[in-house]
Write a protein that binds this ligand. Structure first.
Ligand code: DX5
Ligand code: ZN
Length: 219
């Protein structure tokens, strides 16, 4: 199963319902990048605004929290229409407990690692993770270049999952996914893809999602 999750980070924030509508027929989830200007040098949405967007979205939401000291804040960013909540390993004091809390909220638990964080940190937490997120850009901004050199991390994450028959765990790539990079990411073992600027800078976001899905499905 291939999942395409358009990130609205580079969409028109003044018309998010309309921007989400553009991909509602072809995308699986909307990827909502929440930034607090502490964990990353950028701000996007408050907890209240995050919940508002989740609730009016025409598609279920994949929440990506780029929020410092996230352990005690996860619940503030959660609302009904959220499918999964991803926290950063680097922002957690107790990642195991935080992942358990996300599941206790009834959501899929996501764990994201930054480019310089070793994939090995995932292994001991793997039974509390429903989605591994390998960042292929430095978190904070859309439109950066895909770091193809990180594919060995994706391959290793895929190996962890296969070793343990964890077929229901998703392996997401976040950052720089486009028509020219999605096949590399798929071949490394990813099955879930965030695409921000590739989708929203195209003249037909809905169709771009379809093209990305086709490439990932046929390689
Ligand atoms: C970056 C975000 C990504 C970003 C993806 O911190 O986590 O989701 O919006 O945007 P592109 O696809 O343009 O790299
Ligand atoms: Zn993201």
């Amino acid at each position: 199963m291939i999942r395409i999750c358009p990130s609205i980070l580079n969409a028109n924030f003044d018309d998010l319902p309309g921007e989400i509508e553009k991909v509602a027929a072809t995308a699986d989830l909307i990827h909502l990048d929440v930034m607090d200007n502490i964990f990353v040098p950028n701000f996007t949405f408050s907890p209240e605004r995050t919940r508002e967007i989740i609730d009016f979205s025409a598609l279920p939401i994949d929440v990506h929290l780029m929020v410092a000291e996230v352990d005690k804040k996860v619940g503030q960013y959660c609302s009904n229409n959220a499918v999964s909540i991803t926290v950063h390993y680097e922002a957690c004091e107790d990642p195991l407990q935080t992942l358990k809390e996300i599941r206790a909220l009834g959501k899929r638990s996501g764990l994201a690692i930054k480019p310089n964080t070793r994939i090995e940190v995932v292994e001991e937490l793997i039974h509390e993770i429903d989605m591994i997120v390998v960042m292929t850009v430095e978190p904070g901004f859309g439109g950066q270049s895909f770091m193809a050199s990180l594919m060995p991390k994706v391959e290793k994450a895929r190996h962890y999952l296969e070793q343990r028959n964890l077929e229901d765990v998703w392996l997401q790539i976040d950052g720089g996914i486009s028509l020219s990079t999605i096949e590399i990411a798929r071949r490394a073992g990813a099955d879930t893809f965030v695409a921000g600027s590739a989708v929203y800078k195209s003249d037909n976001p809905g169709n771009m999602v379809e093209q990305l899905r086709l490439l990932a499905s046929n390689c």
